[in-house]
Design a protein around this ligand. Structure first.
Ligand code: FAD
Ligand code: NAD
Length: 472
């Protein structure tokens, strides 16, 4: 028996490790259990650091630089001969992951969190069993348990993932060679980010999407513009279509697709098939339900909106519960829950969680989309500004995309902002901070913006809310 602990966190992803670190900072006796192994040792960092955000962004960055050098340097007066070194690119990805994973272990130690390498199971409130790789078990006694077990790939019936030719987001990060053809099932965030990586490296990419639009959840107008840009870059979209079957043969994979509403089937031949139709909460073998923790119809651990589950002393954060499956959302919930456990005022503002698609151009959003504002019956105004009219975008030879600011027609309070364009992921943060402070579009306009910068496009879009953009 180990402990007694104040907090035992099950799962060492962005939710889990941040909760444990914050608990340690607050003087609580904390432990963090992680079952993921790398090279025989525990690998903290969860999906995000090991097989998600970080490796995908390393490849997105490297492949974007490759494409720029290949296609865009000439326009800037730079002559270059460029050659792809795929093992070198994978090396950059692996080194980045390794450094960050080791960094988490260091931070846990620095904050006096006890690390456990093994699988955690809730025996009851106050008791967690850890089973190590050698099968040995240990019981940890604790006042609080935090469930931070994350999510897993949603499988598609009729399509068996082998991580070689039919791959999930994990396999697609480590292909040994550039496929000639890549079919992607699902034109969501993963499909478009990783589809872009392999298109830039030379693959012919086709995205099969069930809905009649891409990136559901993104403002429809921005998504339409985004699709037009990606199509021009060379991605083929098959919207309103579903995959019913995939057969692997000697020459690759035969993918059977049908119209979403039913109809004649056709076959697409591909070298690699990527399945990315979403992720689902992961609680396998956790013992949560057995301990009385309520789970909703979609498998998500239920919460009161402040991380408390239906069982006192058991908390939940991150992908395994409700809300967007994003690393920073998990991190915010982690800090809030640790603070609540320590008797402080933890808080997450679910109305201001930014999201970014790290393609080029990027897509970034915060707050409500125009469709959501309309559906809520709120009187609103929209201001838009295209990057073609932004001086900095011209100097860096970026012309795609626009900024869209949505404000309350009565109070002028900013309700949302949606951007497709260069550095959209960085640009959105100005609006996120503004919204957190309850700003109006006028407040953004009144803030002096340096020239020539991309954020000037955000200011001009805020000006356009009142039809007074000066540079358009
Ligand atoms: P996870 O990161 O999934 O961590 C949970 C951990 O718990 C895992 O390591 C698992 O091994 C461990 N675990 C589970 N059960 C047990 C158990 N019983 N005992 C011990 N350990 C256990 N989000 C972004 O915000 N930005 C991005 O750019 C981004 N890119 C992504 C790219 C890809 C390809 C993918 C797949 C996801 C991406 N995400 C991104 C989503 C992001 O990875 C998740 O939202 C985030 O990791 C959720 O954190 P979490 O701590 O809730 O869960
Ligand atoms: P997603 O929900 O973003 O997209 C899945 C897409 O698949 C949707 O467009 C959906 O309509 C479509 N789809 C579902 N079933 C289908 C079917 N049978 N046939 C064809 N299309 C189908 O999910 P994802 O791209 O798998 O990503 C999973 C999660 O990971 C997301 O929740 C996302 O938040 C997170 N993630 C975030 C980032 C980021 O923040 N940049 C990057 C990658 C992943």
């Amino acid at each position: 028996m180990a402990g007694p602990y104040d907090v035992v966190v099950i799962g060492g992803g962005p939710g889990g490790y941040n909760a444990a670190i914050r608990a340690g900072q607050l003087g609580l006796k904390a432990a963090c259990i992680e079952k993921r192994a790398s090279g025989g040792a525990v690998a903290f960092g969860g999906t995000c650091l090991n097989v998600g955000c970080i490796p995908s962004k390393a490849l997105l960055h490297a492949s974007q630089r490759y494409e720029e050098a290949q296609k865009h340097f000439a326009g800037l007066g730079i002559k270059a001969t460029v050659e792809l070194d795929l093992p070198g690119m994978m090396g950059h990805k692996e080194k980045t992951v390794d450094q960050l994973v080791k960094g988490v272990a260091f931070l846990l130690k620095k904050n006096k969190v006890d690390p456990y390498f093994g699988t955690g199971r809730i025996v009851s409130a106050g008791k967690v069993e850890v089973t190590g790789a050698d099968g040995k078990t240990e019981i940890l006694e604790t006042k609080n348990i935090v469930i931070a077990t994350g999510s897993e790939v949603t499988p598609l019936p009729g399509v068996t993932i082998d991580e070689k030719t039919i791959v999930s987001s994990t396999g697609i990060l480590s292909l040994a060679e550039v496929p000639k053809r890549l079919v992607v099932i699902g034109a969501g965030v993963i499909g478009l980010e990783l589809g872009s990586v392999w298109r830039r490296l030379g693959a012919e990419v086709t995205c099969v999407e069930f809905l009649d639009r891409i990136v559901p959840g993104v403002d429809a107008e921005i998504a339409k513009d985004f699709q037009r840009i990606l199509t021009r870059q060379g991605i083929t979209f098959r919207l309103s279509s579903k995959v019913t079957k995939a057969d692997t043969g000697a020459n690759g994979v035969s993918v059977t697709i049908e119209p979403a509403k039913g109809g004649a089937a056709e076959t697409l031949e591909t070298d690699v098939l990527l399945v990315c139709i979403g992720r689902r909460p992961y609680i396998e073998g956790l013992g949560a339900k057995e301990a009385g923790v309520k789970v909703d119809a979609r498998g998500r651990v239920e919460t009161d909106g402040h991380g408390r589950t239906s069982v006192p002393g058991i908390w939940v954060i991150g992908d395994v519960t409700t809300g967007p499956m994003l690393a920073h959302k998990a991190e915010d919930e982690a800090m809030a829950v640790a603070e609540l456990i320590a008797g402080k005022a933890g808080h997450v503002n679910y109305d201001v969680i930014p999201s970014v698609v790290y393609t080029w151009p990027e897509v970034a959003s915060v707050g409500k989309t125009e469709e959501e504002v309309k559906a809520a019956g709120i009187a609103y105004k929209v201001g838009k500004f295209p990057f073609t009219a932004n001086a900095r975008a011209k100097t860096i030879a970026e012309k795609d995309g626009s900024v869209k600011v949505i404000a309350d027609a009565r109070t002028d309070r900013v309700l949302g902002c949606h951007i497709v364009g260069p550095e959209a992921g960085n640009l959105i943060m100005e609006v996120a901070v503004a919204m957190e402070f309850g700003a109006s579009s006028e407040d953004i306009v009144r803030t002096c913006h340096a020239h020539p910068t991309l954020p000037e496009a955000v200011r001009q879009a805020a000006m356009a809310v009142d039809n007074r953009a000066t540079q358009m």
